[in-house]
Every structure is written in structure tokens, then in C-alpha cells.
Design a protein around this ligand. Sequence first.
Ligand code: CA
Length: 424
Amino acid sequence: MIEPNNPELKSWIDVAKGSDFPIQNLPFGMIRPQNGDPRPATRIGDTVIDLSVLADFGYFDHLEIDDLSVFYQPVLNPLMALGKPMWSGIRKSLSELFRLNNADLQQDEEARNLALIPINQVIMEMPVAVGDYTDFYSSIEHATNVGVMFRDPANALFPNWKHLPVGYHGRSSSIVVSGTNIHRPKGQTMINGASSPVFGPSKLVDFELEMAFITGKESKLGESISIEQTEDYIFGMVLFNDLSARDIQKWEYVPLGPFLAKSFGSVISPWIVTMEALQPFRVGGPKQDPPVLPYLKSEGKDNYDIQLEVSLTPDNGAETTLCRSNYKYLYWSVKQQLAHQTVNGCNIRIGDMYGSGTISGPAPDSYGSMLELSWQGTKPIPLNEGGDRKFIQDHDTITMRGHCQNDKVRIGFGECVTKILPAN
Ligand code: CA
């Protein structure tokens, strides 16, 4: 067992029952305190811990990090560049410092008072500078539903789908952190039966329930990352709301795929949960039949049991849970996605983000988009406060949550929240 994952560990910082952030989590994020600059942090319960203060007071000296400035940067990219052994080393140091029997920081009043901040006194910033963004399409249930709706129920999946993790290159500049609100996009749409397109606000704004992994190591142009090596490159994961304008998408996507229907905003949860913290929740993925080519072949527990849910809250209204899904349904694993991404020699960089694709499960209440939940608007989704939705309306707030749970510990991602504002 990875020692900081020991479920018996307890922290001297209060952790409420059911919290996503016990001492076994120790995610990485960027906080901005009042009157301060952004700096790296971790979180236990509802307390954030300013890593720059711990560095100031020498709590990372034993790690012999060449350049301690990584703890004072406005993004986590330099910290990730230290490499996987140091990701583990920092996490282990934090685990030791905050466990119940360790008095070092508890007795160091000055450092403790500066380092520990209630979560409600900081603003969460984008944790990484995102270089490139790839969006995969790895849920067989989602790809099948979309194929049934838009093409041919008898041939819902394209012939390539079970042979490679289908994906496209998305836009990184519009990936924003939870709490950022997004304006309804404007664009071209083609109304059924019309002979020419019209321009205006999208009428079919949707969420896509996804998770994204983030790479923390570079590869060289011309070199591929073998599936066995992929785990050295993947730093952690976040919740990912890949907002989509279905009417714009339908008109523009042929033949090169999604473009402006996807690039008006994608929202991530602020805390990157490390792959190390997710280790206890690894599970086998769906059986892949037909067998995949050797460069994608990987036996073992490459998937993750992460419970996911999405809710919609109208302006000043009551929250309605729209769906509950699970990351484990994905057909293609993160290892396969990264091996495929680089098999042609494409280099990857630190801070690159890789969306899973919409994560739909087998049951209709586990579909990861309103397109599927309302089946193209033919089945309105009832809201708890009355009324219904086919797609997202202005001033609706979409909240995604995700966590892993076994009989001893809960590791969560917190929330990914965004409100859709009227078109500009
Ligand atoms: Ca997507």
C-alpha cells in the first residue's frame, strides 16, 4: 500500500464525516488568499494549506528540491515538472506533517497560523496553465446513444470506435476553473428543413459530464509513450464540464469534427486529485472485444471507480439531480488514451489536459448529457421545483460532483460549478 493512502490515518485538522478531503486525499490546487497572490495548496477537510508557507518554514527542506520556487508559482506546472517521485515525496511529507501523532507544525504556531486557512477565505484559481487539450470519446454508452440519435441505430458506432480511443484536439484557452460563469454562445445553426443557416444565440446548450487527466511530464517530439510508461506521465484528475452547443455542433461538425460548439467554455474542478490517491479505487474496465492492437494492450485494473453526479439549479431555485454515473463505465482507460495520443510521435507537455468524453452509464438516469437524458428534447426532464428542462436555460447553474468510496475512506473531487449567462 502507498503509505499516505493508509485508511487508518487521521489528521489533527478537523475533517467532517463525508468530506471529500480526508488526509488520504491531499490534492493539489492553487489558492488566492485575501490580499495575496496565487500559490500552491493542498486541502484537508475545509482547511486549505498554503504550501508556500510550509516551504518558507523549511518543511520541504528534507526533500532536497533544487528549486523551492515551485512552491511560489502561480500555477502547478513547475511543481509537476519535479517528476513523479517528487509528487509522491511532497504528498508523503504532507501526510506525515498533518497526521494525528505529529506535533511539528502543531507546535510551530507562527507557521501553522500562516499556513492553515479556512476554505471560505480563499479564491480557487486555475491549478495549471493548460498547454493543449484533447477531448476523447471513450464511453461506449454515450457514443452509442449519439449514434442512435443522429445516424443509424443499426450501426451506431463507427467501425473505428472499438479499435482506437477516438478524440479531437480542443481549445485550451477557454478551460476555466469552477465558479466561472459562461455566456451562452452565438453561432450558425441550420434549422431542419431550411435552406440556409441563421445566426444567433444557441438554443441547445448542454453539459457533458467528463473527467480529465493532466500530464505532469513532457515527452519528446517523435517519441511515443508506451502503455507501460504512461503512469509516469499522468499527475492527476479533475471533474470536467465540457459545455456544448448542440445546434451549432450539428451544423458545423462535418467533416472535421466539433469546433465552436465546444470552445466557448469548459469548466474544471479546482483540486487535482493525484493518481496516487486514486490507487485504492482501481478496477478492471469493460472487456474489450475485438482485442485491441498490441500498443493499446494492457491487462489489469486500469479503470477507476469514481461515482459522479450532475445537478441543475435554476436561478434562485431548488437543485435537481439530473444523473448519476461512474467513471468505471469508460471503455478506454487513461493509459490507452495517452499511449494512443503519442503513438504517432506527438509530444506532450506539462499541464496538458485530456477529457474522457461524456461519461454515460447503461441506465437512462446515468446518461452524462442533457442531449441523452432528454433524448434530443423529446423527453423533458422534470425539476424538483416544478417545470422541466430539455437543455440548459439562462441563469441555470450546473454542478458536477465526484468521489470514490470504499468501506474505510472517501476520496472526492469537490464540485465543478458553472452558471450559464445570457448571450453577450
Ligand atoms: Ca466532450
